[in-house]
Design a protein around this ligand. Structure first.
Ligand code: GLN
Length: 499
């Protein structure tokens, strides 16, 4: 019998009891990928050989009686923005076609140590810039709930692989919402840990002060298990926090919010949100009240400027980070025929290698940083960032965690917003403040919108290095929703119409 619909926690238990081997489990997932990925297109690269070698080694260790972690032998899908030694890493860009990194990222090192089986690399918006995965140079990923719709972005490949049962675990990265928004629109769970909680070593940089890798799965407990496997100090990342990892697994299992104060952020939970998104959000608040929490309203007035400030800070950092793609060190080189100078080759390579959205960001960022405009744009944006942090600090004196819907709408149609960058940017209106302040954020599914039958995400935000609080609330809400419905949300996904 196939085990692809089980959670990572269940799979870990079945492996520990010897009911299945990691090799069997890995093969079942590759079979599923072969069956559906021509329709979903979650993966850019599969590493069957490496995955089966890891599965074999975990099985051998288990047979020898070695004590293994809770997700040893469980398969995972890795966003193509993290390096894995010898495995193609494209960041969804033509620029890095053919590049095989010579080292493992901090996250991959931890995954390997935990015995996790990496199936392959998942599709994404080019260099993580986007909210729909349509900006990938390798074609879009399709949402398993409805193949004509987007799976969110930039980590749409990771979220789609979970919803399509191609992997029980996935890694995403979140600069402005790229873990949480894809989770919201695919009915899965995604967590952006506190900035500095998970190593950025080997995470190809988009906006270094905002980027953070994190766990994605189909249940809150599974994200917690993966969170503990990848978190912790890494001296190779200068922004990595050197303090104990929050106990998120215990928090996810606690299923109790009695006496907790939950703050609804006024600025990101009302106006401009789809009616069905608000309905499901409000029903979830009611369930939290029934579970013993107190709901309070909080106001964070500077969130109104978060999107504008983000679109100065992120492109500024990107314009600097992406200068390293100069045709000399990584990836492709165009026009080097012996007659052209280095600068011309560099220009040609960047013209061909980067897509439209990446070029737009580089131009925006270069402008915002140029002398004469620096103070007016980049400088002001940094001040807004400080005000957003202060808003959070004030709000956290009134509530233990803050909540909002994750995204303003359910999954939209592929192509619907691709010619309108501003409409696309507005997807992240509720997720961006979290990155600006460096705090933790989670999205979990809270139902299907009545008007279109598509998943809605519920966002929980917790203070710096108190990630356990959002897991505690998320675990409790998930259990309350499941018992209200009598099933999990993901079990309601229609069968994939495979092409
Ligand atoms: N959608 C946002 C952007 O395009 C966030 C992306 C991300 O978190 N990587 O920048």
């Amino acid at each position: 019998m196939s085990s692809i619909r089980l959670s990572a926690a269940e799979l870990g238990a079945a492996l520990a009891k010897g009911e299945i081997t990691s090799v069997e489990l890995t093969n079942q997932h590759f079979d599923r990928i072969a069956e559906v990925d021509t329709s979903v297109h979650a993966f850019l690269h599969l590493d069957k050989e490496g995955a089966l070698a890891q599965a074999n080694s975990v099985d051998a260790k288990r047979a020898a009686g070695e004590k293994l972690g809770p997700i040893a032998g469980v398969p995972l899908a890795l966003k193509d923005v993290l390096t894995q030694k010898g495995i193609p890493t494209t960041c969804g860009s033509k620029m890095l076609e053919g590049w095989r990194p010579p080292y493992d990222s901090g996250v991959v090192t931890k995954l390997k140590d935990a015995g996790v089986v990496i199936l392959g690399k998942t599709n994404m918006d080019e260099f993580a810039m986007g909210s729909s995965t349509e900006n990938s140079a390798y074609g879009p990923t399709h949402n398993p709930w409805d193949l004509t719709r987007i799976p969110g972005g930039s980590g749409g490949g990771s979220s789609a692989s979970l919803a399509a049962f191609e992997a029980p675990l996935a890694i995403g990265t979140d600069t402005g919402g790229s873990i949480r928004q894809p989770a919201a629109v695919t009915g899965t769970v995604g967590v952006k840990p506190t900035y500095g909680g998970v190593s950025r070593y080997g995470l190809v940089a988009f906006s270094s002060s905002l980027d953070q890798a994190g766990p994605c799965a189909r249940t809150v407990l599974d994200t917690a298990l993966l969170h503990e496997a990848i978190a912790g100090h890494d001296p190779r990342d200068s922004t990595s926090i050197n303090s104990p990892v929050p106990q998120v697994v215990a928090a996810a299992k606690r299923l109790d919010v009695k006496g907790m104060k939950i703050g609804v952020v006024k600025e990101i939970s009302g106006e401009g949100f789809q009616a069905g998104v608000r309905t499901r959000f409000e029903e979830s608040l009611q369930l939290l009240v029934e579970a013993g929490a107190e709901i309070v309203e909080v106001s964070c007035p500077n969130f109104d400027y978060a999107l504008a400030a983000y679109y100065l800070i992120a492109p500024s950092e990107a314009s600097s980070n992406l200068a390293r793609f100069d045709s000399m060190r990584y990836g492709i080189r165009v026009g080097d025929d012996g007659n052209r100078g280095a600068e011309e080759v560099m220009n040609l390579t960047r013209q061909v290698g980067f897509g439209r959205e990446v070029k737009r960001r580089i131009i925006l960022g270069t402008y915002a940083l140029s002398s004469g405009y620096y103070d007016a744009y980049y400088g002001s944006a940094q001040k807004v960032r400080t005000l957003i942090k202060r808003d959070f600090e004030a709000a956290f004196t009134k509530a233990d965690v803050l909540v909002s819907p994750t995204a303003p709408t359910t999954a939209f149609k592929i192509g619907e917003k691709s010619d309108d960058p501003l409409a696309m940017y507005l997807n992240d209106i509720a997720t961006i403040p979290v990155n600006m302040a460096g705090i933790g954020g989670m999205s979990l599914p809270c139902g299907l919108a009545p008007e279109d039958g598509l998943p809605v995400g519920f966002q929980i935000m917790s203070p710096v290095m108190q990630d356990d609080l959002m897991y505690r609330v998320g675990g409790t809400l998930e259990a309350a929703l499941n018992s209200k419905w009598g099933h999990t949300l993901i079990s309601q996904i229609p069968d994939l119409q495979v092409r």
